[in-house]
Design a binder for this molecule. Structure first.
Ligand SMILES: C[S@@+](CC[C@H](N)C(=O)[O-])C[C@H]1O[C@@H](n2cnc3c(N)ncnc32)[C@H](O)[C@@H]1O
Length: 431
């Protein structure tokens, strides 16, 4: 049995390969210890494939960081457009996909390493196709896969918005780039009962969601917070930004701007109203569920982003973050923040609000924080993807998010109020 607690000692008298093998062993041991790797096949694949071979020229320690990817290409503005994804998210997605020998798999977004892991999982009877929109990435992946020993992988240069029909149907589709929508080709090319794992943007929140296909719709099995580089090509999405106070504060609207953005111009000139919810969470407790609950129940949901370089102290997003979840209602804005809880290492969730309806909106958001704390803290939402054009009465109860190609419903167990709020809730009346 491997000692999972032992740190890897720097070892100058072993070859580079031995050092890489040590780091690989530690990576897998750590992923097992934290519960991300849960199956023998994923463990075996990650023990075998030389991750560093797909990150040539990168320090071994960097290539084997558990929670960070290795950036392999940046755009002109310096933003990452391609990377070898972090081991943790790769292990998570592979476990969620439950790949077995003989399966046909499509990986969207290439690099080589993940395709090699998948090739190990499907074995010689299976088929792996990896597709990327970027020729540099494809040339590199094709070369590295052949060099490392996986020449059988189909490496395709294309915009994955349209899938890769020539090798379909697929038992699994793993999307390794941040998507805003689920295009029809992904559903059409997925076998009945097949799984699609995709990092999806929902009201500005990024979640890797694993769906299973049932007839024409997809139903989620699991979801978890992870960020990815955004998709390019036909599926690229333009976020609406409202820049205020000469860049100090930016509001991000993922599903279109508010009806009259001009109403928010002077919103931060009004005095701040604070309302505290009494709901506490551990200082390091993930609050992805809180955010998704608010995104489900509150119309006008958006993100407020603070430029720390221009910070005048007007906003205080939670902890050390520079972004907070927020809600706008015409000329009023409220965002969620935290403060130290009395006599505790926990933090209390609260609301800061600005504008004519500040007290009312802050109370409404705080009330939803309380509903989350009381009723949904230990539950998870379910997501369902139906084709655009599906009639309302064919959808499950929940918040419906209309995308270009799909209608995505977020449902919470036992949340009757969400069903009542679908598409019709008044912001100030509660939803
Ligand atoms: C995070 S990287 C993929 C990581 C890779 N799976 C690995 O082995 O770690 C995301 C990739 O998605 C690609 N991409 C972006 N938009 C795409 C699209 N519409 N179709 C196909 N690939 C796309 C980018 O070029 C980038 O190489």
């Amino acid at each position: 049995m491997t000692d999972v607690s032992s740190p890897v000692e720097p070892n100058s008298d072993v070859s580079g390969l031995d050092r890489a093998a040590q780091l690989r062993r530690k990576m897998v041991d750590d992923l097992l210890a934290e519960g991300t790797i849960t199956s023998r096949p994923v463990e075996a694949a990650m023990r075998k494939v030389r991750r560093e071979a797909f990150a040539p020229g990168v320090e071994l320690e960097e290539a084997y960081q558990l929670y960070n990817g290795v950036v392999t290409k940046r755009d002109d503005a310096g933003s990452s457009v391609s990377s070898v994804s972090a081991p943790q998210v790769q292990a998570y997605m592979l476990e969620q996909a439950a790949i077995t020998p003989g399966m046909r798999i499509l990986e969207i977004g290439s690099g080589g390493y993940n395709a090699a892991l998948i090739a190990e999982l499907v074995g010689p009877a299976g088929q792996v196709t990896t597709v990327d929109i970027d020729k540099d990435v494809i040339d590199r992946a094709r070369h590295l896969l052949a060099q490392v020993g996986y020449p059988q992988v189909n490496v395709v240069l294309a915009d994955a918005e349209f899938g890769v029909p020539e090798h379909a149907p697929y038992d699994r589709i793993l999307v390794t780039v941040g998507a805003w929508d689920v295009p029809p080709a992904w559903v059409a090319q997925l076998a009945e009962g097949g799984r699609l794992a995709v990092p999806l943007q929902l009201r500005g929140l990024s979640r890797v969601i694993t769906f299973e296909r049932a007839n024409e719709y997809l139903l989620s099995r699991a979801s978890r917070l992870f960020g990815f580089v955004p998709i390019q090509g036909a599926g690229a999405h333009q976020t609406t930004l409202l820049v205020l106070r000469e860049g100090e504060i930016t509001l991000r609207f993922e599903e279109g701007p508010p009806t009259d953005p001009g109403l928010l111009e002077g919103v931060f000139d009004a005095p701040r109203v604070e309302v505290w919810s009494g709901v506490t969470i551990g200082r390091f407790e993930p609050w992805a569920g809180t955010q998704m609950w608010l995104a489900t129940v509150l119309p006008g949901f958006c993100r407020v982003v603070l430029d720390r370089k221009l910070d005048t102290g007007l906003l205080s997003p939670p902890g050390s973050h520079s972004a907070a979840v927020a809600v706008v209602d015409d000329d009023t804005l409220a965002y969620v923040t935290t403060r130290g809880a009395a006599d505790s290492v926990d933090v209390e969730l609260g609301v800061h609000a600005f504008g004519p309806g500040a007290s009312e909106l802050a109370e409404q958001v705080a009330e939803q924080l309380q509903v989350w704390g009381r009723e949904h803290r230990h539950s998870s939402p379910q997501f369902r993807v139906d084709p655009a054009g599906t009639a309302d009465d064919q959808l499950p109860a929940g918040r419906v998010i209309d995308k270009k190609h799909s209608r995505i419903t977020i449902s919470w167990p036992g949340a009757a109020s969400v069903a009542a709020g679908r598409g019709a809730a008044s912001r100030r009346a509660g939803g």
